[in-house]
Design a protein around this ligand. Sequence first.
Ligand SMILES: [Zn+2]
Length: 159
Amino acid sequence: MIRYALNCERSHVFESWFQNSAAYDKQAKRGLVTCPVCGSAKVEKAIMAPRLARNDAAEPATVPPPAAPPPVPAPAKQPLAIMSPHEGELRKKLKELREHITRNADYVGSRFPEQARKIHYGEIEHRSIYGEASPDEAKELHEEGIEFHPLPILPDELN
Ligand SMILES: [Zn+2]
């Protein structure tokens, strides 16, 4: 058995059960499917709603759209590059710069934002420091006009 929601020519909506879709087609063609409200035989399928058992709801059943599958987070991508000899040279300099900073600057760890502010506002003597800041902290420092730079990270240190 299959249940169809049907519309008549006067837009009455009703439901009717049929043996199968071919049975509906045959009966509708012969004018045997009539609107229970006005008796019109000019009906057409509204929404097909196959059900195992009739329910008493007067309005035709609507089939909800299939739920979208939850987005699958893509694995984090790693920036990669193939370098020419010239860029390899720059990479060496980057490494030197990093080594120079870490050798000569004071490591302040997570106190970086606080220390950077003190230097910026002249509360302590200007010196080179390095440490860590969260993206929010870095944004705040930037908004206060404090100049700082990301410590160069070499690609082979990402792993
Ligand atoms: Zn009708």
